[in-house]
Design a protein around this ligand. Structure first.
Ligand code: BTN
Length: 276
């Protein structure tokens, strides 16, 4: 059995933040157990959400994308949510999940992961296995802009075994299996601080320059590009070659037509799997 991490340490996490990003973090709440850090943050008054990061050691009802559960055992992983307000009406918010994936990939790279990968739209992979995922929930006011609850789960030191495989139901890995040995100390606290720093800096970059300033990084980490994939969207299965993302952040899929031609489709939602 791997030893579990102690409850996250606020000071150790904040110590990883750079002087420029540190003031962007208004509040850091550390919880031993909660249903879901996204739900905790969403229940707060909106005046307490912006710049507020909530971190839990354990979630009893962790939420994944598309209504799935997020396996959240104690002492093992990062369950983090950050609230962020965006002024005015911005059409770019649809591409915020892709920018967040770039922030996570940047943090993985700094931690020493050589080849982090992004699987559209925002799954993080190492060697083809999922290491992190993002659940982003937006509340848009009529005039007053939007507030995002950005939930990130990172597998750091997952207790291995049949129960874990059954709960996750997809190929997974954890950060602890991939960082070089010199990254010592409490890996969960250190990576959490690093991730928060990249996220805070990235959110400033997104507000100022939009997703276009992240696109080259996103494409450089795209694990689907050129691969034969299937997309299940609205109960239909489409098979073709992944061809990056559109201007709006949709997945581009090139399908062969009956007469030997090709047609490109754009998807904004769906489950993607690589065909062997
Ligand atoms: C996915 O399905 O890939 C998204 C997983 C997001 C999980 C995180 S853990 C912290 C936050 N709280 C939740 O309940 N979900 C997100």
């Amino acid at each position: 059995m791997k030893p579990g991490f102690p409850i996250p340490d606020q000071h150790a996490i904040k110590a990883e933040l750079k002087p420029l990003t540190r003031p962007l973090l208004r509040q850091l709440t550390v919880l031993a157990t909660i249903d879901s850090t996204n739900r905790f943050l969403a229940r707060l008054p909106s005046s307490e959400q912006h710049g507020h990061a909530v971190l839990a050691d354990h979630q009893t009802a962790g939420q994944g994308r598309r209504g799935r559960n997020w396996h959240s055992p104690a002492g093992s992983n990062i369950y983090l949510s950050l609230g962020w307000a965006f002024a005015g009406q911005s059409t770019d918010l649809a591409r915020l999940p892709l920018a967040v994936a770039v922030c996570i990939a940047r943090a993985l790279k700094i931690a020493g992961v050589e080849n982090p990968g992004i699987k559209w739209p925002n799954d993080l992979q190492i060697e083809g296995r999922k290491v992190a995922g993002t659940l982003l929930e937006l509340k848009t006011g009529r005039q007053s802009g939007a507030i995002a609850v950005i939930g990130i789960g990172v597998n750091v030191s997952m207790p291995a075994g049949m129960d874990t495989d059954a709960a996750i139901r997809q190929e997974w890995t954890d950060l602890g299996s991939h960082v070089p040995k010199p990254f010592t100390g409490n890996l969960r606290d250190r990576f959490c601080g690093l991730l928060l720093g990249e996220l805070l800096a990235g959110l400033e970059q997104f507000a100022a320059d939009g997703f276009d300033s992240f696109k080259a990084d996103w494409l450089s980490w795209d694990v689907l590009k050129g691969r034969s994939v299937s997309v299940v969207s609205q109960n239909e299965r489409y098979s073709g070659k992944a061809a990056g993302i559109s201007r709006q952040g949709g997945l581009l899929l090139v399908l062969e037509t009956e007469h030997g031609g090709s047609e490109t489709m754009e998807f904004f939602a769906g489950d993607v799997s690589v065909r062997s």
